[in-house]
Design a protein around this ligand. Structure first.
Ligand code: BGC
Ligand code: NOJ
Length: 811
């Protein structure tokens, strides 16, 4: 089987050994405000905070060849032109390697005895992409090297940049000073920010106008300036501004030279924008450039970045005896959780950065995998999310990261949204014990005049479901629940109409078993939060609401072998054995069993057996089966996809961990792990078939009915990251933050017999040694802390930070 790379566990890197991966395999640089997506060939783009509003460099999705645009370094070695990342010139390299690490990417290319190595990172605390490029002459003769850098600026607003050419072909402006190129389009009017692209050495020449650099009708693969070895010293005026430096130097045999390139984002106060008419104030840029003038400065920042990650990854660590599990839990899954926390569903190689911003449900769920890393940031995020809720408890489905305002075009009406906020806040309080978040004053729809406590937001969330029930006493689905494509009130027959926002028919009838599962699942936590807040009466009312919902599910939601998915606008069953297509869905089986519904009635066990029987495949559990083969007006987008893709019968990885967690509820260690393994990137054998990055989760793997069964799409930005980390760390390995302490409650596969874990929790450190003799079931779990056995596996939270030795036996 063709392989494209491997894990280097010691370095915490994924090593790509050939550039022509099935699709670009990318990395995310930056973890605060400045971000760069960088592919294994140097493609990608940068933005500040918001990929739509403040896009720094341009990128072309859907282009041929793919992955067009990036930070490129062209080398002209005595007439032979190449690029170390292979793209865009695609000259044959003698050696190539790309290492994606935590917040940095290293690309090495070698040709004719000249080796080029670029290391790019967004340093912690700096709004810049900084790249150290080292060229080494490995040949026996001196080399005259001519090096050209290249970035293409985006005119800030990525949507306008890619559509409104009648205007934006005339707005581009730059300034050049020494080795620094300043991109200042629209700075003359309402923007007080600009970008800078500079190198820490004198330049031979430069270009800032794309056509001058490339030459008419030429592409990134054959820039005339590079092939003719002569920068044009062009000054952009309208059209397409770029940044390109030319450096010429001689390398003796064995000699190497490094340069530092910096692409930065700078802002000025309104009254300090200019130093002379139309001459920008470059002070912030100079400060940035001064911070990365030398290799020593670069190396120090690189080390600081590694230490930052050392700190984060020391919070949860496992040595299980299975290296594939360890590398996901310890490194890559947590890393992806950071990325989904930062990006929500905004910018990836599948999300254009223009469409969706931060999702209400998406970001709430992303927090489940991020909470332990930086709880203070999770807290801020929860407040931002809650501020996009409406007074009636419903919520904007998405908001824009820069403005934090709800996205008006998409609006509201996804009836699962409100409940996710309770999941997020409960997870925060369990991790930190910080109940002050409940008293935090948070506006509705960003209107400060109607602010209420966070707890009041949660109350409105909870009651939104209670107040919106349908004929069977089950929650009304609205536009959709978690499954965005099950649009039961949409009835769209107009091409191009948005399935997400169209409600041609508000039935007031269509109901969701999934939301029922969420409601039951979150009820106990909600009641506990009420009590913490001093709302005894509200807390006391919860069990009755919970029970009513459970009863409605048991009475109207059981199909005989599994749980139904929904009732449609006519009151017909969805996800029933009676249906011709879409007979069984994964979501209610996962969520209802996780919530404990039907456990004692035996329904839970049956439901999970049915999942295995009907939905399980080599590559994971399909979302439903059989997929819809024709368009169903009454079901919406779900039936718009060809069978086996996306929500129509694909393996929608996000919900596989729900089955893992559900299996753990029933104590099935082997079965839980079996589901975990099937979608887990580190267990992928056929990298070519899988297509996307084998170090992160993708949203979807084509299901058994698809022509390309096993092929993944939509890598990186998926709730799969958070949920699988949650399922592995809490469901399988069983380290669960609870309101009162840390609960130890593993459910292990038989083959994991002896494990060591470290968990930092509320200031204390727990060193945990687990011995598993339970043979693939959960068995009886016994826990000792510092030599003393504790009942129930709950280690009470410390009043003062301490270190504890914990032993766990499963028999
Ligand atoms: C996709 C969903 C997505 C939705 C939101 C649909 O086309 O299939 O996965 O959540 O769009 O924009
Ligand atoms: C992707 C969306 O981001 C998420 O919100 C949704 O739950 C899933 N698709 C399933 O439709």
């Amino acid at each position: 089987m063709e392989q494209y790379g491997y894990f280097d566990d010691a370095a915490r890197e994924y090593v790509i050994t050939r550039p022509d991966t099935p699709s670009p395999w990318i990395n995310y640089l930056g973890c605060e405000a400045f971000f760069t997506l960088m592919s294994n060939t140097g493609g990608g783009y940068s933005f500040y905070k918001d990929a739509r509003m403040l896009r720094i460099t341009r990128y072309r999705y859907n282009n041929v060849p793919t992955d067009a645009g990036g930070q490129y370094f062209y080398i002209n070695d005595g007439g032979s032109v190449w690029t170390p990342g292979w793209m865009p010139v695609r000259a044959k390299l003698d050696a190539y390697e790309c290492r994606h690490g935590l917040g940095y990417t290293r690309i090495m290319g070698e040709k004719d005895g000249l080796k080029a190595c670029q290391v790019s990172m967004v340093p912690f605390g700096s709004d810049a992409l900084v790249t150290k490029l080292t060229l080494e002459n490995k040949s026996g003769a001196a080399k005259d090297v001519s090096l050209f850098s290249f970035v293409e600026f985006c005119l800030w607003n990525a949507q306008d940049d890619s559509t409104n050419f009648q205007r934006n072909f005339s707005t581009g402006e730059v300034e050049i000073e020494g080795s620094a190129i300043y991109h200042k389009t629209e700075y003359r009017e309402r923007r007080n920010h600009y970008a800078v692209y500079a190198v820490n050495a004198p330049v031979q020449g430069f270009d800032t106008d794309r056509d001058s650099f490339l030459g008419a009708y030429r592409g990134f693969d054959s820039p005339a300036a590079v092939f003719e070895d002569r920068s044009r010293n062009s000054v952009a005026s309208g059209w397409a501004p770029i940044g390109s430096h030319n450096l010429k130097f001689t390398l003796a045999p064995g000699e190497s030279r490094s340069f530092i390139f910096l692409l930065g984002y700078c802002e000025n106060p309104q009254d300090q924008k200019f130093v002379a008419p139309n001459v920008i104030n470059k002070a912030p840029a100079k400060k940035l450039l001064d911070a990365f003038k030398t290799e020593a400065q670069f190396d120090a920042a690189f080390k600081a970045l590694a230490e930052y990650w050392d700190g984060l990854l020391s919070i949860y660590h496992v040595s299980s005896g299975d290296e594939k599990l360890d590398r996901m839990v310890n490194v890559w899954n947590q890393y992806q959780c950071m990325v989904t926390f930062n990006m929500s569903r905004s910018a990836s190689y599948f999300e254009s950065g223009i469409g969706r911003g931060m999702g209400f449900r998406d970001s709430s769920q992303d927090l489940l995998g991020f909470m332990h890393l930086i709880p203070s940031r999770a807290r801020e995020r929860l407040i931002d999310i809650a501020a996009t809720q409406f007074q009636d408890g419903s919520a904007y489905h998405q908001y824009q990261p820069l403005t934090k305002r709800g996205n008006f075009e998409v609006g509201s009406g996804f009836n699962d949204d409100p409940l996710w906020l309770i999941f997020g806040v409960a997870a925060y309080v369990k991790e930190t014990g910080d109940i002050s978040i409940l008293s935090e004053n948070v506006p509705f729809d960003n209107d400060e005049t109607v602010a209420e406590s966070m707890m009041e937001h949660l109350r409105r969330s909870y009651h939104y479901t209670i107040d919106h029930k349908g004929p069977h006493g089950l929650p009304l689905i609205g536009r959709a629940d978690w499954n965005d494509c099950l649009n039961l009130n949409c009835f769209s027959s107009t091409p191009g109409e948005s399935f997400q926002t169209t409600a041609n028919f508000e039935s007031g009838v269509a109901e969701s078993l999934f939301i029922a599962g969420m409601f039951v699942g979150v009820s106990d936590d909600y009641a506990r939060l009420c009590r913490e807040f001093g709302w005894q009466e509200e807390a006391d009312a919860v069990p009755a609401h919970k029970q009513a919902m459970e009863q409605a599910v048991l009475r109207h939601g059981w199909d005989g072998e599994w749980y139904l998915r929904a009732y449609d606008a006519y009151g017909h069953k969805v996800g029933s054995n009676e249906c011709e297509e879409g007979k069984i869905y994964i979501e209610p089986q996962g969520f209802l069993v996780m919530a404990g519904v039907g456990v004692k009635e035996g329904y839970a066990q049956k439901a999970l057996d049915s999942v295995r029987k009907h939905l399980l495949s080599e590559h994971g559990v399909a979302i439903h089966t059989p997929p819809y083969t024709r368009y169903h007006l009454e079901l919406g987008e779900i039936s718009s996809y060809p069978p086996g893709y996306k929500e129509n019968g694909g393996i929608f990885c996000h919900n596989n961990p729900w089955i893992v967690l559900a299996e753990a509820v029933l104590g099935h260690g082997d079965r839980a792990f079996d589901i975990y393994r099937r979608t887990c990137p580190s267990y992928i054998t056929d990298q070519k078939l899988h297509h996307t990055e084998p170090y992160v989760y993708s949203q979807m793997v084509a299901g058994p009915y698809a022509p390309r069964f096993g092929q993944a799409k939509n890598s990186w930005l998926t709730g799969t990251a958070a949920w699988t980390f949650y399922a592995a760390s809490q469901g399988i390995l069983g380290i669960k933050p609870e309101f009162d302490g840390l609960k130890i409650d593993p459910c292990l596969p038989a083959f994991l017999t002896d494990l060591k874990l470290t968990r930092k929790f509320r200031g204390s450190t727990y060193s945990i040694h687990m011995l598993n003799r339970a043979g693939g079931e959960k068995g009886r779990v016994r826990v000792t802390v510092d030599g003393r056995e504790i009942g129930g596996g709950l280690i009470p939270a410390d009043k003062a930070p301490a270190a504890h030795e914990v032993t766990v036996t499963l028999e």
